[in-house]
Design a protein around this ligand. Sequence first.
Ligand code: ATP
Ligand code: MG
Length: 347
Amino acid sequence: MSEVVLKFEKLTKKFGNFTAVNGINLEVHRGETIGLVGPNGAGKTTTIKMIAKILRPNSGRILIRTDQSDLEDLQKVSRTTNQIGFLIDIPAFYNMTAYQLLRYFANLHNYPKDQIDKRINELLELFKLTEWKHEKVKNFSKGMTQKLGIIQALIHNPEIIILDEPQTGLDPLARVEIRRYIRELQSLGKTVFVASHMLYEISEVCDKIALINYGSIIGFDTVENLAHILKTSELNCVLLEPLKPSELESLLKKLTEKLHPYLDHDLDPKISMIPIKYFPEQQGLKIFYDGQNKSKGEILKILIKEFENDFTVISFTQPKTSQLERVYTEMVKNNKLNNGVVRKNGN
Ligand SMILES: Nc1ncnc2c1ncn2[C@@H]1O[C@H](COP(=O)(O)OP(=O)(O)OP(=O)(O)O)[C@@H](O)[C@H]1O
Ligand SMILES: [Mg+2]
């Protein structure tokens, strides 16, 4: 495997008493594309701002491998900007033209003066913005501005490219294009670190996904492995009438007893703490079972016969949604619960 170029060691950032990034450990190898995926407020931008040195960690550190060196503490490296390209906020140089803006950034990064124009033209061409070269950025659409932000991140030809929500504000077609550009960067051997709250959008182009929630990494692996590790089988059972809240507890208890032999008892707590759940919004039961077809038949029989007086099943299906997407949602949900408990205890 290629060498580590970026490493987080117990990286922590607090805002007052609030821990936004909580002891993150991660390693990124040269040429890898890593997705940092988590819901709003998970700590993605805070993490990226620490790589960009916009924020300083409270504890822990970020190590980076600059050109010919070993891994070094980012805080101690004075000139790293030329090796990393960032898309964090859309540049607000609205009164400049695209060309002026890109030239400004190329100069800032000490890109060879005689090559700047060629570089700008190439990138504008790649991102289909050539016609807009001399147009003021304030007249750009959101998607065009976002593309310009990405060009700005790439202008000095950095080895490591850090993108925060590159698909923000883009229509579906432009989002597909962003994935194409990321693949292009991969083919050039670049290391890409991309934050997104849209797992599905990003997983396709990433070698590995780091799932982040409440400032903690709750999973870091290839997309396939994440889905595999957390593999479980579930059944969704929609009911004719909603269950009465007053009877819910005893009913769930009875269900758990009657379905006991067929349930998944080694359920990963990251997915669910209990094998049967009721979702009032969907008027449905979710049953985590052992995955055997025979069990599925038995479960259905029991639900119909033994619960005749409790509810009527109108649909009984195995969801076909992306396994990983579901795992992500479940992980985030459970992590929220766990964190809620921790916080109440004064953490
Ligand atoms: N300067 C700040 N002062 C106080 N709290 C902050 C500050 N910056 C971020 N936070 C808090 O830290 C948490 C993490 O924020 P962050 O912007 O890193 O999330 P994110 O994962 O990028 O979310 P999003 O998907 O919405 O961009 C949030 O709860 C946010 O309110
Ligand atoms: Mg963010």
